[in-house]
Design a protein around this ligand. Structure first.
Ligand code: CP3
Length: 351
């Protein structure tokens, strides 16, 4: 057995055929075996903080679909929870963070507590790495500072993001205090990712789910600049570990994000047109971007989507993924069909 990981080779700029594949939210509610463990765990957070159960659900999609990479089972909101803002997940509501963060509470957020609180995640990583075949990669992750701040300020799903956006404009707390929050998130997230790397992840992904709501100057200030700082810190501690950025919805901001943050690769959202994807692929390896609804639909929509992506992006370093997470109603068979179809596609790079 080889120790080469096709997923890591692709991130390092070596085109692979067939392309390595994994899916955002590949472990989750669409899998009956996930539901079983989820019930056993009790709450979603209990699952995230129970290394043995979290390791089991991390491995489930690899066992069922033979993906090239596993993604650590955890959540981007664990960092907020670790910092002392209590997080829970309510059925039908989504995440609830109590109380919503205001400027007076920023100084009370505790980076040291976060380090301690997030230790179970490192145990999960060690268990997964020990069970995972050497040619499979393990991906660590965190939320990007802007996206985590939007949840912290809103106290839950950020709606129109008015809590964070008004705060960032100085209309709901000072701009200085918002900058302090972002700086703290940069620090804590960098340390968190370096701990994940020390525990055994092979690459990390930064999820900036709400990068797309900001106008250009604010996008630069709250997405590009903090991400660049975070990337620099992680690279300083772990120069060889690839970092994938996912500035979801950034549209025309994608090229500046790629050029100015220093990410090793970029994850493309569902809306990204093929021409711009090809342009970005001249700069860094790309990952994406099948419509999760094409996967939910299955059949011809799925086959066409897979074939087109393989054909347009398969000529250069490329990792197959969705443009966002797997939808919870997705039939698992459709995921199996995706992987089979992709691995059967003709090589567009062949003479
Ligand atoms: O399989 C994987 O991708 C790994 C684990 C993972 C989860 N969440 C598990 C999860 C990862 C990488 C995330 C990232 C995450 N979490 C993001 C960024 C990606 C994106 O979707 O934009 C965000 C914004 C969150 C915050 C979050 N977590 C929300 C808004 C919700 C509730 C929404 C919902 O689907 O109910 C979660 C819960 C969550 N995170 C679930 C899973 C499997 C469902 C929880 C359950 O079992 O009830």
């Amino acid at each position: 057995m080889t120790n080469k990981k096709p997923f890591i080779e692709a991130l390092n700029g070596q085109r692979q055929w067939p392309p390595p594949v994994w899916l955002m939210r590949q472990a989750g509610r669409y899998l009956p075996e996930y539901q079983t463990v989820r019930k056993e765990a009790g709450s979603f957070l209990d699952l995230c903080y129970s290394p043995e159960l979290a390791a089991r659900v991390t491995l489930q999609p690899i066992e069922r679909f033979d993906f090239d990479a596993a993604i650590l089972f955890a959540d981007i909101l664990l960092v907020a929870d670790g910092l002392g803002q209590k997080v829970s997940f309510e059925e039908g509501v989504g995440p609830v963070l109590k109380p919503p963060l205001t400027q007076d509470a920023v100084a009370g957020l505790d980076g040291g507590a976060a380090r301690h609180r997030l230790q179970p995640v490192m145990e999960t990583i060690k268990l997964v790495r020990a069970a995972l075949a050497p040619e499979k990669a393990l991906i660590g992750f965190c939320g990007a500072p802007w996206t985590v701040a939007t949840y912290m300020a809103a106290g839950g799903t950020p709606g129109e993001h008015e809590a964070a956006r008004l705060w960032a404009y100085g209309a709901r707390g000072s701009r200085q205090s918002f900058q302090e929050l972002i700086d703290l998130l940069v620090e804590v997230s960098a340390e968190y990712l370096l701990s994940q790397i020390a525990a055994g992840v092979d690459a990390v992904q930064l999820f900036d789910s709400w990068a797309g709501v900001l106008p250009p100057a604010e996008f630069q200030q709250w997405v590009v600049e903090p991400t660049a700082k975070l990337v620099a810190k992680v690279k300083a501690g772990a120069p060889d570990v690839p970092i994938i950025g996912f500035p979801r919805g950034a549209g025309p901001g994608y090229p500046a994000y790629v050029r100015e943050t220093g990410v090793s690769a970029v994850s493309l959202d569902t809306m990204m047109p093929p021409k711009m994807a090809r342009f970005l692929q001249k700069l860094v390896p790309v990952q994406g971007n099948l419509d999760p609804m094409a996967l939910l639909a299955g059949g011809e929509a799925l086959e066409r989507g897979v074939d087109q992506l393989a054909e347009t992006l398969g000529r250069d370093p490329f990792i197959f993924n969705l443009g966002h997470g797997v939808h919870r109603l997705t039939p698992p068979d459709h995921v199996g069909a995706l992987v089979a179809r992709l691995r059967d596609c003709p090589d567009p790079g062949a003479a």
